[in-house]
Design a binder for this molecule. Sequence first.
Ligand code: CA
Length: 240
Amino acid sequence: MSTILVVEDEKPMLRTMEVNLRARGHVVQLATSGSQALAMAARRHPDAVVLDLGLPDMDGIDVIRGLRGWTTVPIIVLSARSAEAQKVAALDAGANDYVSKPFGMDEFMARLRVALRSPSPVDEAPAVVTPDFTIDLANTQVRRADGEVVRLTATEWHVVELLARNPGKLVSHRQLLRDVWGLEDTKTNLVRVFMVAIRKKLEPDPSHPRYFITEPGFGLRFVSEGTSATSLSSPEHLDG
Ligand code: CA
């Protein structure tokens, strides 16, 4: 039994998928928009995502990118669009498979079974090791150098994981808010508040971060080797 998140704005199609997946013993979660899908995936960690590309609020490709920022969950794309370019774009963004509407339910279920048991195409780094702590991506936990497990909330973990999966890369506030919280609104201090908590738990000196570096006005960058924060940004801007 697996938990499947179905993202589809057409109610009859959503209902068909729900009935057929439940009949095969799966737990089904339903989302009718991209932002709802990202929020639900972040909260409930489905075993697979079935995603319609034509959604009312955002392009399905952006939903795939949002998910791939932090998770390797299998994604099967559904679309009436038969254009080859769309299919390639979805696979390039990290989708595992693609089914064109209309499709037979038996064929879809066969594709889903394959997706559920195959390893994700995205590189799965087992752990990110720093001199002060290890981010164990396989076991979703952070341990200090002395082996003690650091207690993080689910949301704190999502933030840490998203940054750690993009070592050295700038991750924008917009991407964090969208991928972790499912929010499109960037006028919120959620990221700043959570980074204060995360730094308190992980940084040797939270007021002078070595690992979770703020790029003022843009976002955050995780530096696994640890670095001098002052070389990247001035201390008065290190709060967010
Ligand atoms: Ca649609």
